[in-house]
Design a binder for this molecule. Structure first.
Ligand SMILES: [Zn+2]
Length: 290
């Protein structure tokens, strides 16, 4: 059962949808962590507050036409905006190419959009909003089994598969973070950001002992739950493995460029990259490399 669309139109349509969604993601990335509405007020220049006209808000193109400057005040517009639009557009096109005219294509477009937003917000603020991680998990637990069922999987099996992925994804990362915290405390390791200033190391009787860790946040755990609900048990394990490699590379590059090892950085960009690679590659793809 496929979506009705003219052959050859799917990938260009997905590309355009991705560019437009990317433009919306720029608003989400900027406003959601500040607790602001994504719909009001309409887009405006952060420097001069002038409203952005629709023809100056065309993904990527307007940025090129305006030569990266606000039409009203001439303030520079960051390369990030067209970059997020272009990356989202290309990811949507890639999803359409990989999954064709099936319901998996809109579902996985939604998935990569959530990953792009989570990665960028975590990069900026070292947080992942619950509206993306937990909200995405709830949506995934409904939509993924619905698509599986549409393509012939019994509902019970489809729901169990999705729930098991969420449980394993969140569970494995929680376990890693928990063990890391306990081993670090036992070895007397110190962290700049954990525990916080004037805070003592959490004890087993406190909720913090189970939910507050150095290095890895609970946001990462919840994000992996969402990813597991979409990619299933094997997919989420592939994601964690891939994210660890990507994280090592990013952490290493950062250490080299700043000359400091162990500086905190958001893990969500690595997780998002791992999940996207896993989405396009065969199961257990990392093991096939060796
Ligand atoms: Zn301006």
């Amino acid at each position: 059962m496929t979506i009705e669309i003219a052959p050859g139109a799917l990938i260009p349509v997905a590309l355009v949808c991705g560019l437009l969604v990317g433009s919306f993601l720029n608003v989400v990335i900027h406003r959601v962590p500040l607790g602001k509405s994504v719909s009001f007020p309409p887009s405006h220049c952060p420097a001069c507050e002038a409203g952005i006209r629709p023809w100056d808000n065309i993904p990527v193109l307007s940025w090129l036409v305006l030569r990266a400057r606000c039409r009203n005040c001439g303030a520079p517009i960051s390369l990030r905006y067209p970059a997020v639009e272009l990356v989202t557009g290309l990811l949507f096109a890639a999803v359409a190419w990989r999954f064709g005219a099936t319901w998996w294509t809109p579902l996985h477009c939604l998935f990569v959009a959530a990953l792009v937003a989570a990665a960028m917000i975590d990069f900026d603020h070292q947080i992942i909003p619950n509206s993306i991680s937990v909200g995405g998990l709830v949506v995934a637990l409904v939509l993924v089994p619905a698509v599986q069922a549409r393509y012939g999987m019994p509902w019970t099996q489809a729901i169990l598969q999705s729930a098991a992925g969420a449980f394993v994804g969140a569970g494995v990362l929680w376990l890693v973070a928990f063990i890391h915290a306990r081993v670090s405390v036992a070895l007397g390791r110190e962290f700049d950001h954990w525990p916080g200033e004037g805070e003592s190391i959490p004890r087993p009787g406190e909720a913090d002992y189970w939910l507050w860790f150095p290095g890895l946040g609970l946001g990462d755990v919840k994000l992996l739950g969402m990813i597991g609900a979409v990619l299933g048990v094997v997919g989420v394990l592939d994601t964690i493995l891939a994210a660890s490699f990507v994280g090592l590379v990013i952490g290493g590059a950062q250490a080299l460029s700043r000359g400091a090892l162990g500086e905190p950085f958001g893990f969500a960009p690595s997780i998002a990259m791992g999940a996207i690679l896993t989405l396009f590659l065969p199961p257990l793809w990392l093991f096939r490399l060796f």
